[in-house]
Ligand binder design. Structure first.
Ligand code: NDP
Length: 332
């Protein structure tokens, strides 16, 4: 099995030298275990946090041990009746091409004809569910709301824009890192307005695209985006803080927004969330997706990097914006 390990805690932006690739011999399968050939491995922004030695909602990666994370693959050898050879499974033993463990570590996925398995770590899985939970349980999206989504061209962002529209948002605005991504948001994902945050300060650009203010802000970026959104929030608006990727490589904390008092004067509600606390919404999400997806109402993009040996590059590229939609590593 080829596996990727963290060998040094990055300070600031991680570099390839913080990781190593090892080849490990897997022991024979014990009773109750299965061996899985991963087909797709997920690289996600939260993994940057796990590279730091700090207490958080997920424990840090251990140095010189194989990292973990979402992955989908197929059972290739089985000593468990519950997971016969050929079963497609979702699990947390990513960052390696072949893995084995007790059958309980793997969950069978409902395969959708014509849809790649990778979607189970993306739009049909973790990132899609994050978008759904943020918009519904956290932001309590209502019909007619104007919604602003930062990081709109990424995995969570592309899901959030479409789901907001399907749930009745009247205007959807997005920001992303390039003109190419902005065009895609408008042409493929149905955004009413979108802008490239690198072109000019968000605080200048956002008001032009939100002449009637914003009711729901779904934040993947933090920092300048959060501050700009607080400027334009309508009375009673809701802010769902999903992520703050602009800060993940920062070496020291940045000052907060200078307009937090708008929370008071406009009666805003701002709530952060991590998906782990909201997994009970998964069945509602899957029900909606089972209607929307086969009806062709859900578009998606994936940026696929081939080869487990390129997983670190895929992760670093994702942190730099090299992806459109979900970044995945194809290991098969
Ligand atoms: P994405 O697919 O969105 O990939 C990350 C993107 O972040 C890049 O493509 C890049 O796009 C953008 N980015 C990088 N640096 C900056 C910056 N300084 N300012 C603005 N944008 C930047 O990743 P995900 O969809 O997986 O995750 C999106 C967010 O959601 C992250 O903050 C993540 O931590 C969070 N998240 C939270 C969860 C939760 O449970 N709360 C669960 C899953 C994700 P660009 O070209 O536009 O810069």
């Amino acid at each position: 099995s080829t596996q990727i390990q963290l060998i040094r805690r990055p300070s600031g932006r991680p570099t390839p030298e913080d990781f190593r690739t090892v080849r490990l011999e897997l022991p024979p399968l014990a009773e109750g275990q299965v061996r899985v050939a991963n087909e797709f491995i997920s690289v996600d922004p939260y993994m940057r946090g796990r590279m730091n030695d700090v207490k958080s909602y997920v424990p840090p990666f251990a140095l010189n041990e194989t990292m973990t994370g979402g992955a989908v693959g197929r059972v290739v050898a089985s000593r468990s009746e519950s997971l016969p050879v050929g079963t497609a499974v979702l699990h947390q033993l990513g960052w390696r091409d072949i893995t084995q463990d007790d059958a309980e570590a793997f969950r069978p996925v409902q395969e959708i004809p014509g849809a790649p398995l990778s979607l189970h770590v993306g739009i049909l899985g973790m990132t899609g569910l994050t978008a759904y939970v943020g918009l519904t349980a956290i932001a309590e999206l209502r019909e007619g709301d104007t919604v602003f989504i930062s990081g709109a061209a990424g995995a969570v962002g592309t899901a959030a824009g479409q789901i907001a529209r399907l749930l009745g948002a009247s205007r959807v605005i997005g920001s992303a890192g390039s003109e190419e991504k902005v065009a895609l948001l408008q042409d493929k994902y149905g955004y009413d307005a979108a802008f490239a945050y690198k072109d000019a300060p968000v605080r200048e650009q956002l008001p032009r695209h939100a002449p009637d203010g914003v009711d729901v802000f779904f934040d993947n970026v933090g920092g300048d985006h959060l501050q700009a959104a607080l400027d334009v929030m309508n009375d009673g608006g809701r802010l769902a803080l999903c992520g703050a990727i602009s800060r993940y490589n920062a070496e020291r904390p940045a000052p907060g927004p200078d307009n937090l008092a708008n929370l008071i004067t406009r009666g805003l509600r701002m709530q952060g969330f991590t998906l782990g606390g909201h997994l009970h919404h998964a069945s509602a999400f899957q029900e909606r997706m089972a209607e929307w997806f086969p009806a062709g109402e859900i578009a998606y993009d994936e940026t696929v990097v081939d080869g487990i040996e390129n997983a670190v590059d895929a992760f670093l590229g994702m942190m730099d914006g090299a992806n459109i939609g979900k970044m995945v590593v194809r290991t098969a």
